[in-house]
Design a protein around this ligand. Sequence first.
Ligand code: ADP
Length: 298
Amino acid sequence: MSESGSSQQSRSLFQRRENQAPETSGGYGTSVIDRDDRRTVGEALLEDPRISCRSVNVWYDKTHAIQNVTLDMGCNQVLAMIGPSGCGKSTFLRCLNRMNDTIAACRVDGQILLDDMDILGPQVDVVSLRARVGMVFQKPNPFPKSIYDNVAYGPRIHGLVRGRMEEDELVESSLIKAGLWHEVKDRLDSPGTGLSGGQQQRLCIARAIAVSPEVILMDEPCSALDPIATAKVEELIDELRTQFTIVIVTHSMQQAARISQRTAFFHLGELIEVGETEQIFTMPSHPLTEDYITGRFG
Ligand code: ADP
């Protein structure tokens, strides 16, 4: 989606929300759900999911950070996870490729199926899992290596390329998909850390897609970027969803509205509401979702 297209979409989403007649069934201010009802509202399950999470709980010592979350993620679509700071969005995202394993105090239970494999199972090889479920972090974190080696590193360690020619082709195609090739093709041997912040983030995306993941997780990938770099990354996310399942944590509701097809709203460790993005932003069903998207808390 073009930059102007995505901002138009977001404008129209918010406009419709403002113009929503208050008496419309299910529209603003007409929710029949009790504010204290903590059961998930909306379509948490999908017909043909890429990832199925069932009754996922996460604790950090005694802190119950994620409580009984059941949620599917669809193929070829972007799921945005929104909610106030500390509600558990990043914790839940990190469960999807076992990044929480690195935190000693953290305990996860429940079931998370990627296709038919329970990724929480003890037999799971987390290195292979993280190739299937890649991650892009808040702050771009290229390796202290050349642009070329940043992209080639994953395919090399996973044995995905044979010989220099195949490697060159994979580096080029990954950088093309990440929308970075034309900016870096004449300086592939320069350090990745020498690129601008936005370019570094697209390099990290190229690195993630070079190992042909099925799912890409993004934890506030634009929060360290300026508006122009943000627009480029958002445009890229929209292109990537044709090939990958994307799950993104964002603190920006405008961003969620621009780039996602489904939105999940979390509050105090619980999944309060999930549904099509347009519905969440125009006709939220739960009063807490409505409070959040209208800026009554944040
Ligand atoms: P969000 O991404 O929505 O801001 P987080 O997932 O970062 O929320 O945090 C959810 C809860 O888990 C918070 O209470 C936070 O303090 C706690 N938490 C997050 N990371 C850790 C950690 N490494 N150790 C202990 N507690 C943590």
